[in-house]
Write a new protein. Structure first.
Length: 261
């Protein structure tokens, strides 16, 4: 189906994108659900993160990854699984397996197990030999806040170690890391990270529509958004394009009544 083109919309990058990335979180979707979503929305999805350890228990993982590859959507292994493997001395086995099954991206984080920044740097360097690395920064625990001044150093360290992009923690709840317990954006954290790395090097985890709209209003339609629910992909694209009241900035044209007569 040919999409319409009669509206005046803001410029939007197209795939393959280096900015304006939409990063989704897969909490265990089956192959039929994956195929259905890709049929309508593959052009709006850049990174598909297989969340937590679901990749380890999904017997249809190979079929899902093949679908993503066919639709030019990059598959990313979630950081929690790599953290657990690292803590058990199995990071090498995890990375080898991830490459064999078809992951192109790996998330490196330290929100589940105790890991120093130097250990995280070493893990990023190792993973970057075979994968594009997304490095996550920020606390996962509700109520645990990293002061804004602490974020830039870790983000810069991650990039220096070989990460392609940094990811600001928000989880699927949108109530930690970059956000307060009520889901409100912490602007001091956002601005500190952007000042250090540049907005184009950051994926902001933003699972809620109000959070996604905040980032679009602040940085424009080509801001990188992460942890988008699979069901919200098209909704996020409408936020980017001003096709939703949260981000619409419509100027009424004169004489439109005459044009419709």
């Amino acid at each position: 189906m040919t999409l319409p083109a009669f509206l005046d919309l803001p410029p939007r990058s197209v795939k393959p994108r280096s900015v304006g990335v939409t990063h989704v979180i897969d909490q265990g979707a089956g192959t039929a659900a994956t195929a259905d979503l890709l049929a309508s929305a593959a052009g709006h999805i850049d990174i598909w993160k297989v969340g937590w350890g679901t990749a380890y228990v999904d017997s249809a993982l190979s079929a899902k990854l093949a679908l993503l590859e066919a639709h030019d959507v990059a598959a990313c292994l979630g950081g929690t699984m790599l953290e657990i493997a690292w803590a058990q001395g199995a990071a090498e086995a995890c990375l080898e397996w991830a490459g064999e099954v078809g992951f192109r991206l790996i998330e490196v984080s330290r929100g589940t197990v105790a890991m120093s920044m130097s250990e995280k740097r070493a893990l990023i360097r190792r993973a970057a030999r075979d994968f594009t690395v997304l490095a996550e920064t920020g606390a996962k625990s509700p109520g645990e806040r990293n002061a804004a001044r602490h974020w830039p150093a870790e983000c810069l360290s991650d990039l220096d170690a070989g990460a392609r992009l940094v990811v600001t923690e928000g989880r699927q709840s949108g109530t930690v890391g970059t956000f307060d317990e009520s889901g409100r954006v912490r602007p001091d954290v956002v601005e500190a990270v952007v000042a250090a790395t540049g907005v184009e090097r950051v994926i902001f985890e933003a699972p809620r529509a109000s959070q996604q709209a905040w980032f679009v209003r602040r940085f424009g339609p080509d801001v990188n958004l992460g942890n988008v629910a699979l069901a919200d992909v098209l909704s996020v694209e409408t936020l980017r394009l001003g096709l939703r009241s949260d981000t619409a900035a419509v100027v009424r044209r004169e004489h439109q009544e005459a044009e419709l007569a």
